[in-house]
Every structure is written in structure tokens, then in C-alpha cells.
Design a binder for this molecule. Structure first.
Ligand code: NAD
Length: 335
């Protein structure tokens, strides 16, 4: 299959080329991000491959269909950036990578949790500067703290297991509770109870109309004073302006993010020589108790190898008329 690969970085090429030795597709790498303005670059490509900050809305889908695209293969688990109704209307199949390494994301979540409250990022810079003072670096023991996990799917469940190892007690909220999670001692609560009881709240649910701004001003009025919020799922789970207000008056004690509502204008690019125009993001960077990584939780060797294999496997299955099991359909999402 001829596949146009959008938002392709050197690391994408490396792992896709390696996997393609087994699949034999014709891959055409494009640095451009896919949207309605760049969709014409995919003219004549039956397959189009995208990542999380490509925009595959109705206008983009229409152009892809006009150019002959029949398969959209996502290098991600999340598909909130894809208009599935438009895909169906234009008879473009959509396939994703449901699980490439939930461990990558779960371990990064815990890394952020530890780093932000033990101030590892600040300590590292101090030591390199020859400043060996400890003032301002005071942290807390995670042992005996209560961790609230919102969404106990593949990633949330691994976070729960890891945090049990730290001696934390775990509370969870998920509209579809999982008995395997209960079996290792996690207690499910309603959302308000979880918000009010937990020292750390970590988000592992998908972005949907129900979860959009699940952490907003109203939610932050219910949390414990000095709560830590961690988000490695999707930026729009958090109302960033409400979070900034809560950081200013100390209601949030620590904030660790791997995703940001408006990350599409920033993340995955080297903007070190340009002026950042996003004042909300710039404000976040001013807080000493905020730690941000730029959507790198998935970024491990194992995960990239699995993403490449599944992405091209999905294309191979489509080309051979087989089901991959990774298809995303509007009915399934609605159902
Ligand atoms: P999953 O589908 O296995 O689990 C999601 C869980 O969220 C499910 O148990 C589901 O029941 C629950 N859920 C659904 N609606 C909810 C709601 N309203 N409130 C609470 N829980 C709800 O997904 P996963 O593989 O564990 O991934 C979780 C999220 O992590 C993805 O949706 C994606 O946005 C994000 N992610 C981020 C990165 C990264 O690099 N930062 C990488 C992969 C995935």
C-alpha cells in the first residue's frame, strides 16, 4: 500500500522503516502536520498515517477522500482528533493502536509524580550551578498517601499497581469498574468522593464530551487543599485557566502535565528560538510547583516499536481484506 506518513520525525522513520521490512509498504514521509491545508499532499495515497496533533476533521476527510485515500492508520490509541462520522460518510476506514505500551505511559506518570514533589527538576539545575542548598526542595513521602485514579483502563490499572508498591492507598473512579482492579485492593468511589479524599489525582480516562474539563473550577472546589494533579492523558481533561487560579491560591500544591489543551500549537516542535504566544501556557511555566513534559509519556523504544508494527500491520490487514481488530467505527464508539 502507498502510505503518506504525516508529522514524521526521525524517530518515526527509524521504527516504521524497521517494521516495514516485514510489511513492504511504500512509505512517503512528510514533516507537515495533516489538516485541511496540507491534505492535498496525500493525493494518490491509499493510506494516510497520522499522529495525535494531526487534525482529521470533516474538511480534511473530504479532501483525503477526493485524493483517493481509503485507510487512515493512527499511530496512537486516542482518536479524539478524528471525525469518525466524516470517515464513515467518505468510506475511509480508521484503525488505531489500542495498546502499544501502557507501561510507558504509566511509568512516566509515576516519574512526574515523584519529580514534581521531590523537586528533582529544580534540584538538578541547582547542583549543576554549584548550589547545594536544600531550601525550597522539601517533599513528602508517598507512603500512606491516598491516590485517586480517574479511569482504570490499561494505563490507570498499571499506575494503581505501581502506587500500591509505594504503600499508597488507592481510590478510583470509572463508570465501568474493573474487578481485576478491585482484586488488588483498589476502592471505587463516585467522582466527588474521590476528589475530596485524595492527596494525588491522576487522570487516565479518554477525552470525550463527558470527560472534557473533568477537572474544572467546580471540581477544584471539592479537592483537598494542596492536592497534586497529574495529567498524562489528554490536555482538555483539565480547564487550564481554573487550574492556574487554584495554583495561585494554593488549592493545588503540585501540578504535573504531559499534555496541554492547546498543545497542538507547541508540542513536538523545537520553538526555542521563537516567542511563545500562548499566555496561558507561559503562565503555567512560571510556577515553581508545576512540571511539564511535552507529550512524551509514550516515548520509549518498546512503545515506538509496537506502534510501528501495529500501524503497518493495520495497513497490511486492510490491503489483504482482513480485519485487524483495531478498526475504530462510529457505531462502536456511540454504542
Ligand atoms: P483504556 O481505554 O484502556 O482505559 C480508559 C478507561 O477510562 C476505561 O476504563 C474507561 O471505562 C474509563 N473511562 C471512560 N469514561 C470515563 C469517565 N467519564 N470517567 C472516568 N473514566 C472513564 O485507555 P488507556 O490505554 O488506559 O489510555 C488512557 C488514556 O491515556 C487515553 O485515552 C489517551 O488519551 C491517553 N494516552 C496518553 C499517552 C501519552 O503519551 N501521554 C499515550 C497513550 C495514551
Amino acid at each position: 500500500m502507498r502510505i503518506a506518513v504525516f508529522s514524521a520525525r526521525a524517530y518515526d522513520r527509524r521504527f516504521l522503516d524497521e517494521a516495514n521490512e516485514r510489511h513492504g509498504h511504500e512509505l512517503h514521509y512528510l514533516e507537515a502536520r495533516l489538516d485541511a491545508n496540507t491534505a492535498a499532499l496525500a493525493d494518490g495515497y491509499e493510506g494516510v498515517c497520522v499522529f495525535v496533533n494531526d487534525t482529521v476533521d470533516a474538511a480534511t476527510m473530504e479532501q483525503l477522500a477526493a485524493g483517493g485515500t481509503r485507510l487512515l492508520t493512527l499511530r496512537s490509541a486516542g482518536y479524539n482528533h478524528v471525525d469518525l462520522a466524516a470517515a464513515e460518510a467518505h468510506d475511509i476506514a480508521v484503525a488505531r493502536v489500542p495498546a502499544y505500551s501502557p507501561y510507558a505511559v504509566a511509568e512516566h506518570t509515576v516519574a512526574l509524580m515523584l519529580a514534581v514533589q521531590r523537586k528533582i527538576h529544580r534540584a538538578h539545575n541547582r547542583v549543576r550551578d554549584g548550589n547545594f542548598a536544600l531550601d525550597g526542595l522539601l517533599g513528602f513521602d508517598l507512603r500512606n498517601k491516598r491516590i485517586g485514579i480517574i479511569g482504570t483502563g490499561k494505563i490507570g490499572m498499571i499506575v494503581a499497581r505501581i502506587m500500591r508498591g509505594f504503600g499508597c492507598s488507592i481510590r478510583a473512579y470509572d463508570p465501568y469498574p474493573n474487578d481485576d482492579v478491585r482484586d488488588f485492593g483498589v476502592r471505587y468511589e463516585d467522582l466527588d468522593t474521590l476528589l475530596g479524599e485524595c492527596d494525588v489525582i491522576t487522570l487516565h480516562c479518554p477525552l470525550t464530551p463527558d470527560t472534557h474539563h473533568i477537572i474544572d473550577e467546580a471540581a477544584l472546589r471539592k479537592t483537598k487543599p494542596g492536592v497534586m494533579i497529574v495529567n498524562t492523558s489528554r490536555g482538555a481533561l483539565i480547564d487550564t485557566k481554573a487550574v492556574i487560579d487554584a495554583l495561585k491560591d494554593g488549592r493545588i500544591g503540585h501540578l504535573a502535565l504531559d499534555v496541554y489543551e492547546e498543545e497542538g500549537d507547541l508540542f513536538f516542535e523545537d520553538l526555542s528560538d521563537t516567542v511563545i504566544r500562548d499566555d496561558v501556557f507561559s503562565r503555567l511555566l512560571t510556577f515553581p510547583n508545576v512540571l511539564i513534559t511535552a507529550h512524551q509519556a509514550f516515548f520509549t523504544e518498546e512503545a515506538l516499536r509496537n506502534i510501528a508494527e501495529s500501524t503497518l500491520g493495520n495497513a497490511s490487514a486492510f490491503a489483504e481484506g482482513r480485519a485487524s481488530g483495531n478498526e475504530v467505527r462510529i457505531q462502536a464508539v456511540r454504542g
